[in-house]
Design a protein around this ligand. Structure first.
Ligand code: AHR
Length: 330
């Protein structure tokens, strides 16, 4: 069987491959007789999580005889690039489009174009705003609000008896992205519901990268100092790890002078936990490539689907970091 995974090609370059890529027909499997052609518009390569997610999807497509080809486009964290990729997938008449949308809004037009072309869209990882829900078939990924609630529950448990109130810094993910919006709302929903006495001292975006997380933490330290700050809530590992560097460079002990929660659970994140530099990890699982291929095939076959399928995820405190570290896949 002809099998090809195009990794890292620019959206424009995909047009050049039009004749070689094949496309959909009306056969029973929703694609050509040799399997499905799938276009995947990925967010970027901003984190270990994202790299693991791309590898999981690519290797699952490669190993799956039902998939003839995966056209992979790295959107470099830019919505315009993802929209261009989707338009190229439509031109190429792929069988199914998979989109991991960098932000939640601004997708209506291009999703409508896919629908008009008769190409079903599956969301992987992140979601889009509710108004666009009719324009995709299903989403497979994390329940980001639940991740925020898990982080909030640990904060309540840890700081409930603090008589002075809990002073919090927050490093948000990419502005307008589903995980940034939902991890924030889920976290504060629990703090408010449980009546924790807290103050959000500052909250800014570090765009899910270590570099920007470190820079924002440096600004936090310059602006507020770290004395009297109890908790840093970082929406992903990279930003948390960047912040840890900034905290150490300022002469403080991360994990002791300030408690830290991160979301993802990469090897590097767990290692920082083993080293005593952070206190709680909420898992976000990127390894869902095989599950995604099942969804893609079902969608191409017109099967009815739940609107959202969450992937399984856990939480880890300092008593679990060492034992869990060898199990981490990314
Ligand atoms: O959408 C999932 C988030 O995106 C991960 O938590 C983060 O590391 C990535 O950049």
């Amino acid at each position: 069987m002809f099998k090809q995974v195009l990794a890292g090609v620019g959206a424009g370059a995909l047009l050049l491959g039009l004749t070689a890529c094949g496309g959909g027909d009306d056969s029973g499997d929703g694609g050509s007789g040799d399997g499905l052609v799938v276009g995947f518009a990925q967010v970027g390569a901003e984190s270990a999580w994202r790299t693991a997610n791309s590898e999981s999807v690519k290797s699952a497509a490669e190993a799956d005889d039902r998939i003839a080809e995966l056209k992979f486009v790295d959107g470099q964290q830019e919505q315009e690039k993802q929209i261009e990729a989707i338009r190229n997938f439509i031109t190429q008449q792929v069988d199914v489009i998979v989109l991991a949308p960098v932000v939640e809004t601004g997708w209506t037009d291009v999703l409508q174009e896919a629908e008009d072309a008769g190409i079903p869209v599956v969301l992987a990882d992140r979601g889009v705003e509710a108004a666009d829900e009719d324009l995709y078939v299903t989403r497979l990924g994390s329940d980001f609000a639940e991740e925020g609630r898990k982080a909030g529950a640990w904060a309540v448990e840890t700081f409930a008896d603090d008589p002075d109130g809990t002073r919090i810094l927050e490093l948000q993910g990419t502005t307008g992205s589903a995980p940034a919006n939902d991890r924030k709302s889920g976290f504060f929903e629990v703090l408010d519901a449980e009546g924790l006495n807290y103050e959000l001292v500052d909250s800014q975006s570090g765009n899910f990268t270590a570099e920007e997380g470190k820079a924002v933490m440096e600004t936090f330290i310059t602006t507020h100092g770290l004395e009297g700050i109890d908790l840093l809530y970082a929406h992903n590992d990279e930003m948390g790890l960047g912040a840890i560097q900034a905290i150490e460079e300022a002469g403080f002990k991360p994990g002791e002078d300030i408690q830290i929660i991160i979301v993802d659970g990469s090897k590097a994140g767990f290692q920082a936990g083993v080293d005593g530099k952070l206190n709680y990890i909420v898992e976000c699982n990127p390894v869902f490539g095989e599950q995604l291929m099942d969804v893609v095939v079902d969608v191409a076959n017109g099967e009815s689907m739940e609107k959202f399928t969450p992937v399984e995820e856990g939480v880890f405190d300092s008593t679990q970091f060492e034992a869990e570290l060898p199990n981490r896949q990314f």
